[in-house]
Design a protein around this ligand. Structure first.
Ligand SMILES: [Fe+2]
Ligand SMILES: [Fe+2]
Length: 362
């Protein structure tokens, strides 16, 4: 990693919007099982926060025909940092627009990543103030830990699926000041990158979409900070028929403790136990994992991340999850991806810009 003048201009991942075709079931998942508070309802959307999220919401659930990510919002470290990041994006001819229409947040810059994911940059954010009955005696905690489910503390990170990992990574490094802490290569091709603007191992990751799709969400993650909570949570999910994909185990990449499940709307959600390795060294180099070491990278304890879902399913997806699993049952290393109609129709049409960014000099 080299010195980057934009480093720390982005403070952290503040919020994400999930789209769900089953909005009530999705809302139940986040409130009953993960103990999140509802703070606002507006139109077809519900806004939620976890008990240590600092703002009025970190998750917006919006009813939609397909699951997926509506947008993700990064908070800058100052108003000037927001202007600098806007100028950097605009200087690269990336289309941007200003909005001021989200509950709890002010002036916001919207743009799409090189692969078509919707992102927002914002500085103005209200601080959540709990009603008296929810105020905590622990001063760094904006609200009491709820007595419901296994409550998550805060939003943690998101993982994007992309047709071109290098293009997305390059944008985050160049325009948002992120550094890439770890990556996975297959020969000359980057197939995964883990990026952060602070000391966390990642707040945005990007993995290659092996189905050839673009602009999908792989997963949104929420933070426990305690590995035992992942074990308690997996028991809860098993008992209450939430579909479990993999875990609990610990990734080699990031050293984070993971548990992957599918919320009822079809989006993959990760529960993050211990956050893993913290990047305090300002001059640390990016660690590069080769495919020969990928088993350790994926799961130190040997948990298998399924090829028929983990490496192929993102949202929106051409097929519902059950049909996708059937279609990809024989897919694996070296096997061609099955032909699935409508892959092209569901993804944004911006591949030329993606290529242009990837080829641009750093
Ligand atoms: Fe993750
Ligand atoms: Fe993970």
């Amino acid at each position: 990693m080299t010195e980057n003048a934009a480093r720390f201009d982005v403070a952290h991942l503040a919020r994400a919007e999930l789209l769900s075709p089953e909005p009530q079931e999705t809302l139940d998942f986040f409130t009953r099982f993960l103990g999140m508070y509802v703070t606002q309802r507006e139109g077809q959307s519900v806004y939620l926060r976890a008990y240590e999220d600092p703002y009025p919401w970190s998750l917006k659930i919006t009813e939609s025909a397909e699951p997926g990510m509506g947008h993700a919002g990064l908070r800058t470290s100052s108003p000037e940092a927001l202007e600098r990041r806007a100028a950097s994006l605009q200087g690269a001819n990336i289309e941007t627009s200003w909005h001021e229409d989200e509950f709890g947040y002010g002036k916001t810059l919207a743009y799409k990543t090189a692969d078509g994911h919707d992102f927002a940059l914002v500085w103005e954010a209200e601080k959540y103030v709990a009603p008296p009955e929810l105020q905590s005696k622990i001063l760094t905690r904006p609200s009491k830990k709820p007595l419901q489910g296994i409550p998550v503390k805060r939003i943690d990170h998101l993982n994007l699926m992309a047709s071109d990992v290098t293009a997305v990574k390059t944008e985050f490094e160049r325009h948002l000041g992120f550094r890439t802490t770890e990556r996975v290569v297959d020969g000359d091709v980057e197939i995964g990158a883990w990026m952060s603007s602070n000391i966390l191992g990642h707040e945005v990751a990007c993995m290659r979409d092996m189905t050839g799709g673009r602009g999908k969400l792989h997963h949104l993650a929420f933070y426990y900070g305690t590995g035992q909570h992942n074990i308690d949570a997996v028991e809860m999910f098993r008992e209450y028929d939430i579909r479990i994909e993999a875990g609990p185990d610990r990734h080699g990449i990031t050293q984070g403790q993971f548990l992957y499940v599918f919320e009822p709307g079809g989006n993959r959600i990760e529960l993050f136990g211990e956050s893993g390795y913290l990047h305090l060294d300002p001059s640390a180099e990016t660690k590069t994992w080769q495919m020969s070491d990928i088993d350790t990278g994926l799961a130190v304890g040997g948990a298998k991340l399924p090829w028929e879902t983990y490496f192929t399913y993102g949202t929106p997806n051409p097929l519902p999850l059950d049909e996708h699993i059937t279609a990809f049952a024989d897919f694996g290393p070296g096997a061609p991806a099955p032909e699935v109609e409508a892959v092209v129709e569901l993804v944004p049409d911006e591949i030329e810009r993606s290529r242009a960014v990837a080829d641009a000099p750093v």
